[in-house]
Every structure is written in C-alpha cells, then in structure tokens.
Design a protein around this ligand. Structure first.
Ligand code: ATP
Ligand code: MG
Length: 428
C-alpha cells in the first residue's frame, strides 16, 4: 500500500492552556502523566527562570493554570519561586503547588504567596484531577473568571489525523524509510526506535518488523541496538539477486526476540558496491518475511535512493532548525524534482524542535517550512543527553528511558502509523 498524497500524519500542536514549572520536570514524572491525562498535548513545561520571563509576556494570559512542582533542592531558590507565583497571580493564572520533601516554613510561604491549591508529591491517585476540579470550581465564582476558564476547557487535545493510504495491492505490508537531511539530525534514532515501537506496539498482535541499515559505511543501527556486524551481510548485499530468502534470513539478527535487524556490513565499503537491483532484491526478501520494513538510509543521495523511495510508503526526512538542514533539504528537494521522483512520499520530521512555549522558535519553524515549501507536522522534542546515553547503551529508548519526551513522541508516531496500516488492511 502507499500512504500517498498528503500523508496526513498531521499532529498539529494543540494550543497551550497550562504549564508545569519545575527545576526539571522529568523528576516529577507522575505529574507529567497526570497532566497529560487531563490535557493531552495542550501544556508546556518551563523551569523557574523561563517561567519568570514567560509570565510577563501577554501570551501568558492564555494559560488557565500553572503547576509549580518543587522539592527540597529548590528551597534555596525560594525567592525566585515566590516571584513566579506572584507573577502568575498577577496574570490571573491559577497556581497548583506540588511539593515533595519541602520544609513546613517554606511550604507556608509558598502557599501564602497565593497558590490556589496544594498537592503533595508523589501524587496520590486522582489527586491532581481533584485539584484541577477544585481550582476550576473556584473559577465559577465570578462571571469573568468563568469566562476565562471556559475556552481552556473547551480545547480538547487534538489527536493526529488518520493517514489516508492508497492501496497498491501489497496488502498490509509497508516500507518506511528514514534519511537524514544533514548528518546527525536523528535519522537512525528515529528508524531504530520507530521499528522497536512498532514491533512491541501490541502485547499479543504486534506486526513483524525488520530494520535494515542501508547506511552502508557508517551505519549505527548495530551500535544503537548493541548487535555485532556480521560478514555474511556483505555477501547478501552484493549477491542479493542470486540468493534465496534463506540466505537473507541467516544474515538477520534478533533484538530481544522481537525485532529483526539487518545491520550494515562490518567493513567500510564503497556505496556503489550495491546497486538498485541488489537493494530491490533485498527489499523483496524483507517484504516476503515481514509486515513492516524500516530502512535507515545514508544521508547522501545514492544510486538506489530512488529504488527505496519508490518502494516506500512513507519516506521520513529528518532535519533540524538550522541553516545546514535548511540548505541540504532544499538541495534534496531539487534533486528529487529533477529526477521526477515522488516527493509526495517524503514526510519531513523536525528533530529537536523548539518547545511549546518557545514563541521565537515557533516563528522560526514557520519561516523554515515556508521557505522550503514543506509542512513540518511531525516535530520531535530534544530528549537531552538521556537519548545519546541510551543509544550508546545499545537499547531502544523504551527500554531505558520510557518517559523520555522523544520516546513518547516516537511511540505516538508508531501508533498513528500502526492504526493507518490496520485501517488500510480492513478496507482492502
Ligand atoms: N531528539 C533528540 N534528543 C536528544 N538527542 C538526540 C535526539 N535525536 C538524536 N539524538 C542524538 O544525536 C546523535 C545523532 O543521532 P542519529 O545517529 O540518530 O543521527 P543520524 O541522522 O542518523 O546521523 P548520521 O547522519 O550520522 O547517520 C545521537 O547521539 C543521538 O542519540
Ligand atoms: Mg544515521
């Protein structure tokens, strides 16, 4: 099947109606879960200094509430915390205070500064929900306050629109490829983790997934999944047309019994050691054995880029918000146009995208998309050093950094794709 045309992988960011304020929100992961359950994507996170800067801007008026999370390590910064609460109050933004191990005098000062509600951390079951109900009930006291709260509640979190695939008669078998527009923009991280999320998406009925590393020279899939590069890979690659599917299967390695991986060869080889025929044969093998094939491509355009692009259902192109990515993406688009290749299969992924409340960043994203004439509907957050550490550790993010924001967004993307595949299969 082909997910053609608009590739409607639209995940338009929901308007931000609340935000967490904490030294590092990752240390309050129960809060992340709870606020996500209440608001979906419609919230941002700020540290105290960012909050201080944000709360004096007019955009802050759009917030319904802030959830300020503090623990004993924040006590030396009490003056800053008090200022943030005052600024929020000055804007009529409700304040929920969440505190862990904070001394009674500090707690007293924070509550006196005007916090509307208080919940201890770790959050008891439903405590955050109830706190939200309390502050919302408070909002109905005056007509003006009720009006201010209403729009925030009406904005339900937006979910990704379904992909509208068009069948080309291959049933529910799909190929996703990922290419980096500029080295290091996260193609391999996306390919590896997307493959893993798809392979583990359903306890009982996950699709079978094969991850193929075609970044023949510097492929890092084997590093990110701690697999050895085997010599047999080279033979299968260079002789793919004359081999049978068993040879292909023998070259595969399994990650945790759930994901099959065809790594890059052990030696650095010229990229033209394989051509379109070999790559085509390799994809045939993979598709005959697996529901989903994920291909990690080299960041350069090669002879067989066209082969993979034509065979792909979605061709993800990763880029970042910088000049190097912008210029390379433009060259990539021009090269595809010159060859009349199916640009509509290319789905751009902005990695390390600016966060929800970074207005300047958002404006730059808009300008980048406009100048390239592309849409940037899929934006992945910076997952900080935890991502590199997990990659270096040779495990998928889901294994070591389940709550990492990058992992969560890749998991969401996998879900969207999986649902589209199922819908397509049901329709055909
Ligand atoms: N969203 C992110 N947040 C934090 N770190 C990231 C993110 N995306 C990628 N990284 C890190 O950036 C580095 C480069 O990522 P990756 O290898 O996926 O890029 P690539 O585009 O495949 O690069 P190459 O062009 O070398 O193949 C890795 O160390 C990875 O862990
Ligand atoms: Mg790579």
């Amino acid at each position: 099947m082909t997910m053609s045309g608009g590739l409607a992988l639209k995940s338009t960011p929901a308007p931000i109606v609340a935000c967490t304020i904490a030294r590092d929100v990752q240390t309050f992961d129960l809060l992340i879960d709870d606020i996500e359950a209440e608001l979906g994507e419609a919230w941002g996170d700020l540290n105290f200094l960012e909050a201080q800067a944000f709360l004096v801007q007019p955009e802050a008026d759009d917030l319904e509430f802030v959830a300020i999370a503090v623990d004993d390590e924040d006590e030396p910064d009490i003056e800053l915390l008090l200022r943030v609460i005052e600024l929020a109050k000055a804007r009529s933004v409700k304040v929920i205070l969440i505190a862990e191990d904070v001394s009674p005098p500090t707690l007293h000062r924070l509550l006196n500064a005007g916090a509307d509600d208080f919940v201890p951390y770790p959050l008891p079951e439903r405590a955050f929900h109830q706190s939200l109900e309390r502050i919302r009930a408070g909002n109905t006291l005056t007509a003006g306050q009720a009006d201010a709260a209403a729009p925030a509640q009406a904005q339900a979190p937006q979910t990704a629109a379904p992909i509208k695939p068009a069948t080309t008669g291959r049933g529910d078998r799909v190929i996703f490829a990922v290419q980096s527009m500029a080295g290091g923009t996260g193609a391999t991280t996306l390919a590896t983790n997307l493959a893993w999320e798809l392979a583990t998406i359903d306890k009982k009925a996950s699709p079978s997934v094969c991850l193929i590393d075609l970044d023949l020279q510097f492929g890092s899939v084997s590093t990110y999944l701690d697999l050895t590069r085997r010599d047999v890979v080279f033979e299968v690659l260079s002789e793919a047309q004359n081999m049978d599917v068993d040879a292909f299967k023998q070259a595969l390695q399994s990650y945790d019994g759930k994901l099959s991986v065809f790594t890059a060869p052990s030696e650095i080889l010229p990229l033209d050691i394989v051509g379109p025929e070999e790559v085509g044969a390799l994809l045939d093998f993979a598709q005959s054995c697996f529901d989903i094939v994920v291909v990690d491509m080299p960041s350069t355009i090669v002879q067989w880029t066209e082969t993979v692009l034509n065979r792909s259902d979605v061709y993800f192109a990763t880029l970042e918000l910088d000049m190097r990515s912008a210029q390379n993406t433009l060259r990539f688009i021009k090269a595809l146009q010159a060859e009349d290749l199916p640009l509509d299969k290319v789905h751009y992924v902005l990695n390390r995208a600016p966060r929800g409340l970074d207005m300047g960043g958002k404006a730059r994203v808009k300008r980048l998309a406009e100048s390239l004439g592309i849409t940037l509907n899929t934006q992945l957050p910076d997952g900080t050093r935890q991502v590199t550490q997990t990659c270096d550790h040779g495990v998928p993010l889901a294994e070591m950094a389940r709550k990492n924001p990058l992992r969560k967004d890749i998991a969401k993307l996998a879900k969207t794709l999986h649902e589209a595949i199922k819908a397509e299969a049901a329709a055909s």
